[in-house]
Each structure stands twice: as structure tokens, then as C-alpha cells.
Write a protein that binds this ligand. Structure first.
Ligand code: NAP
Length: 222
């Protein structure tokens, strides 16, 4: 990673589809600094190179974490799981913003967020607007460098059932020939590819705000 950074990577969402792939990827470099995973329940992945900090994401403000230079956020839920738009927003915006503040207090100067295709704080679509608000919260948190990853539909093995997501993945697989060229903007993306793209961006110099759209995620993570 840039500058021979020796502080651990701070990660939120480490138990999720992208988060698990990301932690694996960050640990690939055996000489790397390791990971501090802020989690809401113990994952049992604590080892010499992964430290788990169990926390209530509604109350991150007083939490102590080791110093870190780079933070990654792959937090999120679905409206179906959360039960209401307000509960969805509490995770996808408020917990993300609270984690960004925590990262700043830990000394992080760089923040990489898994957002979503179409994120836009002015969108009329609730999901896109919420994702856009999370991006805005991270952009205004005071980092030197922010990377906002906007994947299309995520592909990977989940323990829970998400029927609508399965249907969309199967349907897009049937027309995968049409997903080349300009349509690559919408091409479903494996979680491992998103994780690899995040690690690739973190390896370089990151200053200002970098938006990484779905087609670039495919290229960087290939
Ligand atoms: N699904 C898609 O096709 C898609 C497409 C584009 C963008 N995205 C976005 O990409 C990001 C990563 O998605 P993913 O599929 O990897 O997510 P995921 O598998 O659902 O994992 C979400 C992570 O957030 C954590 N989390 C959820 N609610 C929480 C809460 N109340 N407090 C603390 N932690 C909480 C989960 O922890 P637990 O394990 O404890 O629940 C898990 O670590 C999300 O922001 C998602 O909106 C998804």
C-alpha cells in the first residue's frame, strides 16, 4: 500500500458479501498491516491479523479503536430486512456517517465506501437518494481522499435468501452478451471484483473525491 503504511485497515461491514471478500483481500499481503473490523456481533475471525471491535453502530461516537490511516465501509441493509425506510436510512446513511467520524477520530485520512449505481442525493428514488446522502456525508467528513464505489447488482453466495436479487442476477446472466460496451455500466459484479477494485484504489495515491463507477470496478478488479 501507498507509503508503507503500517497502521491496520479499519473496516465496517466485514461480515457482509463485499466486506468478507475485502477482508480476505486485505490480508492477502502477509507482510501487510492487518485489519481492525468494527462489527455488531463477534464473527470469530479474530486472529493475529484481524482484531474485532464489537460495537453498537447507533453509538459509535465514544468508541475507541486503534489508529488507522485507511478506512473501508461496506455497511448496508435492505428495506425488506430493515423493515422501514427510516430503519434502512439508519444503517445506510447514519451508521455510515458515524463510522466515517470514527475513522477520522482514529486518524484516517482516506475513506473508501461501497455505495451503489445511481447514488444521487437529489434523486426522486429513495434508494438512490439515500446512497447519495451517504456519499455526501463521507465527502464532508474531512478526509484527504475519498473513493466512492458504485457497483451494479452484486453477485456472490449469501446465507440469506433475496429472491428479487436472484431473479435479477439470473435475468442479466441470460443477456450477458448485451452487457458489453455501453451496457457494462449495469453489468452485475461479483463481490470479489468490488473488493479487488477497492484494494487496488487503496494501493495508489488517493486524494480528493474519486468516483468509481461499475464499469471501472470491473476493470480495476479484473
Ligand atoms: N446487493 C446488491 O446487489 C448491491 C448493489 C449495489 C450496492 N450495494 C451496496 O453495497 C454495500 C455492500 O453490500 P453487501 O451485499 O456486501 O452487504 P451485506 O452482505 O448485506 O452486508 C452488510 C454489512 O452491513 C452490516 N450491517 C447491516 N446492518 C447493520 C447494523 N444495523 N449495524 C451494524 N452493521 C450492520 C452487516 O452486518 P451483519 O452481518 O451483522 O448483519 C454486514 O456486515 C451495501 O451498502 C449495499 O447497499 C448492494
Amino acid at each position: 500500500m501507498e507509503n508503507q503504511d503500517l497502521t491496520p485497515f479499519l473496516v465496517a461491514g466485514a461480515s457482509g458479501l463485499v466486506g468478507r471478500a475485502l477482508v480476505r483481500r486485505l490480508l492477502d499481503d502477509e507482510a501487510g498491516p492487518g485489519v481492525v473490523a468494527v462489527v455488531r456481533r463477534p464473527l470469530g475471525i479474530g486472529s493475529g491479523r484481524v482484531k474485532e471491535v464489537v460495537a453498537d453502530f447507533g453509538r459509535l461516537d465514544g468508541l475507541a479503536v486503534p489508529r488507522a490511516r485507511t478506512a473501508f465501509c461496506a455497511l448496508g441493509t435492505t428495506i425488506a430486512k430493515a423493515g422501514s425506510e427510516a430503519a434502512f436510512r439508519a444503517v445506510d446513511v447514519e451508521a455510515v456517517a458515524a463510522f466515517a467520524r470514527l475513522a477520522r477520530r482514529a486518524g484516517a485520512t482516506r475513506f473508501l465506501l461501497v455505495s451503489a449505481l445511481g447514488a444521487d442525493p437529489r434523486s426522486k428514488v429513495f434508494y438512490n437518494r439515500t446512497k447519495g446522502e451517504a456519499e455526501e456525508a463521507v465527502k464532508s467528513a474531512g478526509f484527504d481522499g475519498v473513493a466512492l464505489f458504485r457497483p451494479s447488482l452484486l453477485v456472490g453466495e449469501r446465507s440469506e435468501s433475496r429472491p428479487a436479487e436472484r431473479v435479477a442476477i439470473v435475468a442479466s446472466g441470460l443477456v450477458s452478451w448485451a452487457m458489453a460496451g455501453p451496457l457494462s455500466r449495469w453489468k452485475p459484479v461479483p463481490a470479489e471484483v468490488v473488493a479487488a477494485a477497492m484494494a487496488a484504489v487503496a494501493e495508489g495515491i488517493l486524494t480528493g473525491v474519486r468516483i468509481v463507477e461499475n464499469d471501472e470496478i470491473h476493470r480495476l478488479g479484473a
